[in-house]
Design a protein around this ligand. Sequence first.
Ligand code: SF4
Length: 331
Amino acid sequence: MELQESAFGFEIDRVVEAIEERDCEKVGLQFPQGLKRRATTVVDTLEERTDARLYVSGDPCYGACDLDEWLMRNTDMLVHFGHSPIKDSDDVLYVESRSDAPIRDVTLDAAEKLDADAPVCLVTTAQHSHVFEEARDILEDDGFEVVASGGGNRLNNTGQVLGCNYTSVVPDAPQVLYLGGGDFHPVGLAMDHPDKLLVVADPVNDQVREVDGEKFIRQRYAEISRAREADPDKWGVILSTKIGQRREEIAQYLLDNYDDTYLITMDEITPDRLLHFDADAYVNTACPRITTDDGPRYDDPVLTRVEFEIAVGERDWDDLSFDTFHGAWST
Ligand code: SF4
């Protein structure tokens, strides 16, 4: 089957070059859910151009943090498609996906919702990082003062955001323009920076909108209130076994400081899997979006560490904040 390069370019030349340079006999391929349909096409194309045996990971993949460790151990190189690198590794070749959606009109439309007299912080995802400077120029030509930051070392590009990391938001800027599609990142931005005006310029769907984090913060208050009813002897602490979501220090801290908490290790965290345990509530130390976005799907309350500490009376309600990952890797 012929590979058609598209908005999600697979950088086949770069992958082939890396396979040849490293003299790989076995190569692992990992795709996020939205790109898995293209896996067989990528395999066909690589098989035509290399002699390497190709292994496609069938497990779910939610981010650059979510590497297939079996493939890392058992192949000569893992190629991780669709996300920008969190950390360079000799064993992992990251191939970002890039959107080719035009950004000019949607950026100018979004700018109409901003305060022209105040600085605007520009942020985006890995899919649009290659047009970040173009977006900055468009806004500056329109008269805006644009501020941007590289953020922490979990981020790879200026102005980039991840679902668990918004450190590229400049604290002093009263407003943020997010260039990108979907609700995932705007919701995280709104929860992490509820005090800022947040305008979304979505080049993929050609849409502009404002996002208010209030609704999501109210949901978190409701979950904490529900968790206050939990039997203090029946809290489960979830520790992820995924390499990029494994926050052992936090899990250990909770176990050391709160008697009668139970440590539960999991790779994939789902409502079904938690049903089997006799716990009243959980603290999730893995990907924070499991808590904030999927929390309502769980029978029992699932809280972040800070939310747990509010629920058990160790912190004030005013301490409520969005849970974020700041390190390159989580351990
Ligand atoms: S921890 Fe969650 S939000 Fe952060 S990169 Fe991984 S999957 Fe995305």
